[in-house]
Design a binder for this molecule. Sequence first.
Ligand SMILES: [Cu+2]
Length: 104
Amino acid sequence: MAGAAAQAQGAGGRAPAPRPDWRGTGVVMAILPPPSSLHESRPVIVIDHDPIAGLMNEKMSMPFIAASLDLFAGLKVGDHIAFGLKDVPGALLVVTVERLPPRR
Ligand SMILES: [Cu+2]
């Protein structure tokens, strides 16, 4: 009965997330499990993100590949999030997602 959630379990309960290279905040615009129109095999999340100092200095809505489908658990369109990005060859990968209080 070991599923993806069980595989992610480490000795401390949760597998440690990779350390992000960048951190941002924004609002979830779309959650696209694979396969989607944006990627055949990887989960994609579209975030209307705030400026990320030193990386993208403008607020914009854009898709990111997510490191794991587990990051989408409990997440829905419209959620205000903080997220971590890892610079990998050819992509900026979302490696952490944390829900924040709703924006007013
Ligand atoms: Cu951007």
